[in-house]
Write a protein that binds this ligand. Sequence first.
Ligand SMILES: Nc1ncnc2c1ncn2[C@@H]1O[C@H](COP(=O)(O)OP(=O)(O)OP(=O)(O)O)[C@@H](O)[C@H]1O
Length: 199
Amino acid sequence: MIKIDIQSKAYGSLPVLGKVGFDIEAGDCVAVLGPSGIGKTTLLRIASGLDTVFEGQVSRPDRLSMVFQEPTLLPWRTAGENLKLIVGLDDEEVDQALKRVGLDGKADHLPDQLSLGQRRRLALARAFAAKPDFLVMDEPYASLDKALSGEMIELTRDLLRETQVATLLVTHSEIEAEALATRVLHLQGHPALLSNAPG
Ligand SMILES: Nc1ncnc2c1ncn2[C@@H]1O[C@H](COP(=O)(O)OP(=O)(O)OP(=O)(O)O)[C@@H](O)[C@H]1O
């Protein structure tokens, strides 16, 4: 369904990725692990079409949702409007989507009136409400404490199981990768290549 076939990627004279290729099918969650600066975000930007300057080919469906480390919400719009305006849900669908992520009754709250954990739940609700065929997550729970990241991982795992959306997750966290991924890939070296062994 999603085919990533990168031959090489450089920023100017800095080679970042070598030959990196893998497929993601519906129901798969592929986690890419690797140290800081190895090229994880670069790979994710290429996979999602944000970066088209590379050697190789990527095929992906049009319906794509992204979840970033910082929840990207419209701060001047309520939780409900963040779902309505961006994804086009009606009132009833908004209520259901908020309930699914534990935000019942919060439709009229502005993002500022939500806790960080609640904002992340809203960002997650929005990503899934778009009914994507491809979900891309970049360090989605990096700055959260252990309890909150545990809760978010559990919620994400349930949503992935329910929707079976093909997912690419880029993370530093082995715990996140183990909990969510059906397959874990490691990037290593300069330029980076995939290896299936940790390190
Ligand atoms: N727009 C850019 N222009 C030039 N160099 C860049 C650009 N973006 C990233 N790089 C370089 O490419 C390399 C890989 O960066 P990338 O952000 O993909 O790493 P990462 O594995 O996601 O790191 P982190 O885990 O710290 O977010 C780094 O050396 C970085 O400095």
